[in-house]
Design a protein around this ligand. Structure first.
Ligand code: 13P
Length: 254
């Protein structure tokens, strides 16, 4: 049995109106049952407070946000700070998602600042990274992933700080495409990521690091992916929007 936390997190992205989101949270809550996996729901900001009320007494279901600003407060119209997220019951925050890197031009340096802000406010970052298709085709995926981790994380955070992070490998070519990484591809990359963590922070830290896989995870492929020794769960996009699919994925470990 792995000692590290096993996590299934749902990234709703920009989906669900207020009512539809409330229904989804309640449907997941009511059909989840006891779970050894930590389930994290990451809805858009408007759902966080009502979800935290609905999930108040539910063990093993946590709340996460999809982003935060790097500063504590001030004149940043439209933004949300880590302390605000904490104040509505968030425990996690997704940072570095490829959609943020691509559409909002988030750089390695900015991501470091956001991770710092999250940690300072007692939020656990779910730090996402992964190569694009052209890098995979050129067999440069390891190089890309190493650079993403080094520049945003390894060069800036201590072992103690790193211990509060969750990593999420999300190959960009697998996100929303229906083209999942094969279990073998996922395992190879996760093993490589764990070796990078070991080199930087030591074997014990590496062994305790939760590394999630994201990219077209569905009930049909979750079991095989999660069965890989270095895959500790998933970050789920599309399939987290349907309660039955998301709950089925949380049960894929057993
Ligand atoms: P899909 O599961 O829709 O491919 O999205 C994955 C993802 O981006 C999760 O953050």
């Amino acid at each position: 049995m792995k000692k590290r936390l096993r996590i299934v997190a749902g990234n709703w992205k920009m989906n669900k109106t207020y009512e539809a989101g409330r229904d989804l949270v309640m449907a997941v809550r009511d059909s989840l049952g006891p779970s050894e996996v930590v389930v994290i729901m990451c809805p858009p900001y408007i759902h966080l407070k009502p979800a935290s009320i609905s999930l108040k007494d539910v063990l093993n279901v946590k709340l996460g946000a999809q982003n935060c600003h790097q500063n504590e407060g001030g004149a940043y119209t439209g933004e949300i700070s880590a302390s605000m997220l904490k104040s509505v019951g968030c425990e996690y925050v997704i940072l570095g998602h490829s959609e943020r890197r691509e559409y909002f031009k988030e750089s390695h340096q900015l991501l470091t600042e956001k991770v710092k802000a999250a940690l300072e406010n007692d939020l656990r970052p779910i730090f996402c990274f992964g190569e694009k298709l052209d890098s995979r085709e050129a067999k440069k995926q390891n190089e890309v992933v190493k650079k993403q981790l080094k520049e945003s994380i390894f060069d800036h955070f201590s072992k103690e700080e790193f211990a509060n992070m969750v990593l999420a490998y999300e190959p960009v070519w697998a996100i929303g495409t229906g083209k999942t990484a094969s279990p073998k591809q996922a395992q190879e990359m996760h093993k490589f990521i764990r070796s990078l963590v070991a080199k930087k922070y030591g074997a014990e830290t590496a062994d305790l690091t939760t590394i999630l896989y994201g990219g077209s995870v569905k009930p049909a492929n979750a079991k095989e992916l999660f069965g890989q020794p270095d895959v500790d769960g998933g970050l789920i996009g599309g399939a987290s929007l349907k309660a039955a699919d998301f709950v089925a994925i949380t049960k894929a470990y057993f």
